[in-house]
Ligand binder design. Structure first.
Ligand SMILES: Cc1cc2nc3c(=O)[nH]c(=O)nc-3n(C[C@H](O)[C@H](O)[C@H](O)COP(=O)(O)O)c2cc1C
Length: 180
């Protein structure tokens, strides 16, 4: 089974992005060992600590290193990526640089029309930086954007929009094929 680690850029309980991560975890459970990483427990990145970081950071980096791929599912905050996600990526970008050449797929949900598109552009730029150099699912545009999210999940957080599920299935097939 393919091992995927998901990084979710929102910490709130009723997060659409958290719901999207759980929808993927459930929908592809026969094909993917899908773990949602706990990035809320990571301390703020500190270069003084990077050579011997807290155990929680070591465990997180190991998990990502051992994954076949990473899926980043994030809201857009102020036209960019939330700090909690950037913090996780900064830890991953240093010392053993566990994201280099790692297959990565990106996704985002928002209640607005643009569905995190500005954040996705920043995210791609960050993922191209020398310390990260991830292999983001090509071509650009192969990302899962869920706009008007309030209409696509039910009250319990279940992704119910058929068009979105179909789109998600298509991109997930491409990602799994591409991981190989
Ligand atoms: C600090 C902050 C900044 C935000 N900035 C943007 C933004 O730039 N673009 C946007 O579409 N939505 C923005 N929003 C609204 C989020 O899209 C919305 O709160 C969304 O539900 C957050 O994702 P979540 O449901 O996964 O927590 C912002 C929300 C917060 C809390």
């Amino acid at each position: 089974m393919v091992k995927i680690v998901a990084l979710v850029g929102s910490l709130r309980k009723e997060s659409y992005n958290g719901y999207l991560a759980k929808a993927m975890q459930y929908r592809y459970q026969d094909r993917i060992d899908f773990e949602i990483a706990d990035i809320a427990s990571l301390p703020f990145y500190n270069q003084d600590e990077e050579l011997n970081p807290p155990q929680v950071v070591k465990d997180f980096k190991k998990k990502v290193a051992e994954a076949d791929g990473v899926i980043i599912i994030t809201p857009e905050y102020n036209w960019s990526v939330p700090g909690v996600l950037k913090n996780a990526l900064d830890w991953l970008s240093r010392v053993d640089k566990v994201l280099i050449n790692k297959p990565v797929m990106t996704a985002g949900a928002s209640p607005t029309a643009l569905g995190t598109v500005r954040c996705q552009l920043h995210l791609r730029q960050i993922l191209s930086s020398p310390g990260i150099s991830a292999r983001v699912l090509p071509p650009a545009g192969n990302e899962v954007l869920v706009n008007f999210a309030q209409n696509k999940f039910d009250k319990s957080g279940k992704l119910t929009d058929e068009g979105t599920l179909e789109f998600l299935d298509g991109i997930m097939d491409k990602f799994l094929d591409w991981i190989g």
